[in-house]
Design a binder for this molecule. Structure first.
Ligand SMILES: *Cc1c(COP(=O)(O)O)cnc(C)c1O
Length: 386
């Protein structure tokens, strides 16, 4: 018997989450209240960054970060073609130019050697920054990217949407959490319900740079400041200044209280993700025509569980017929019609394109029940072995 539909990702809402949201609904503030700060502080502590700024969603986090890092007309920024479109779009929002480099076939992360080649092949000053993505929850080696960025005077913005709680081990043997701001200038996260922490919608920017932090705070609220140290004229109590063009990218109290409540069990949920991934790896090892990704990395955050197969299209249809709803991550950004109109074409990033032909994302989320895990394993195996 097929159980109820199993999506590739789903939020988990506990009684504690509901109580937290209810308390906010009964409080004095629906926005711009104490939950914003509380969520930001707890998130910064979890990730290990100095500062965190809550914003409306992950895309707004990318947009504001790109702006604050100086992206604008004439600025070129490099990102991975294997990501959600927002990682590239944020550059375009600011009037900048986005370019891609291919991925490493093993890690599926932005290939640092390809980036180095691109940078070395252009006059110094051509590029302004790099946006690496912790794709599937695998941590980018930001130490290596920092060294490269410094050689060329570039900013580093880490898209850590897949990797809260993930880490890599640096050259000194120290664990470095994704988005902790030690190597990147800033990092961003999303609280869309399919991500590790659900807040309805929501995003976070982390940084260790106090100047960048102050700028992001202003940009989040229309470029307006009331900080006496920042305003030109100091006088009346009601006085504020709009000093630059900002946005309303604030995150409300309801979402912040939900995010905060979810954050309290983030570590626990991450280890559940890891256990499910390990079950899959064990079950799918040595299945003919089924390729596992190299997910052995210790600090993997297991946002997505991807397998590869030459028979991807029929597997996709077969799973749907059996009430399992897989997803494809991602259609390469440069193959989207909008980007094709900008001049990108099929064949530009062959490693990404070859990966895309075969990839499929299986259900992975902490509230996946034992019988659902067994069902997914059984159905996937029955496709390959009949
Ligand atoms: C989800 C996601 C985003 C965008 O986040 P939203 O909150 O949906 O705006 C950006 N980059 C990556 C890699 C993502 O997975």
């Amino acid at each position: 018997m097929s159980p109820k539909a199993i999506p590739y990702g789903r939020q988990q809402i506990t009684e504690a989450d509901i109580k937290a949201v209810e308390a906010t609904l009964r409080s004095d503030y629906l926005t711009q209240g104490p939950k914003v700060n509380a969520f930001e502080e707890a998130f910064a502590a979890y990730i290990g960054s100095k500062y965190a700024i809550a914003v409306a969603n992950g895309t707004a986090a990318l947009h504001l970060s790109a702006l604050a890092l100086g992206v604008g007309p004439g600025k070129r920024v490099i990102t991975s073609p294997l990501t959600f479109v927002a990682s590239a779009n944020c550059v375009l929002y600011c009037g900048g130019t986005v370019e891609f480099c291919d991925i490493d076939p093993q890690t599926l992360l932005l290939d640092i050697e390809a980036v180095r080649k691109k940078l070395e092949g252009a006059p110094i000053g051509t590029y302004a920054g790099i946006i690496p993505v912790d794709f599937t929850g695998a941590a980018v080696d930001m130490e290596a990217f920092r060294a490269l960025a410094d050689d060329f005077g570039l900013f580093l913005l880490e898209d850590s949407c897949h990797a809260p709680g993930g880490y890599f081990t640096d050259s000194k043997g120290k664990k470095q959490n994704c988005g902790n701001g030690v190597f990147a200038d800033a990092a961003i996260f999303s609280f869309h319900p399919v991500k590790h922490i659900a807040a309805g919608e929501g995003g976070m920017i982390t940084t260790n740079d106090s100047r960048l932090y102050q700028k992001l705070l202003r940009l989040r609220t229309h470029g307006i400041t009331k900080n006496p140290k920042e305003i030109k004229k100091n006088s009346e109590g009601w006085y504020y200044e709009m000093q630059e063009l900002g946005y309303n990218y604030r995150l409300n109290e309801i979402s912040c209280s939900l995010g905060l409540s979810q954050l309290e069990r983030a570590k626990e949920e991450l280890s559940k993700r890891k256990k499910i991934a390990e079950r899959y790896i064990k079950a799918f090892t040595n299945v003919p025509d089924l390729e596992l990704l190299d997910t052995g990395q210790e600090g993997h955050a297991y946002h997505l569980f991807v397998i590869k197969t030459k028979r991807r299209k029929s597997l996709y249809d077969y799973l749907k017929k059996n009430n399992i709803y897989p997803q494809i991550h991602y259609i390469p950004v440069h193959l989207q019609p909008f980007f094709q109109n900008l001049g990108f074409k099929k064949g530009d990033y062959p490693i990404t394109e070859a990966y895309y032909e075969k990839c499929i994302t299986l259900p992975l989320f902490p509230s996946l029940k034992e019988e659902e895990i067994r069902y997914v394993i059984k159905i996937v195996k029955s496709f390959f072995i009949d």
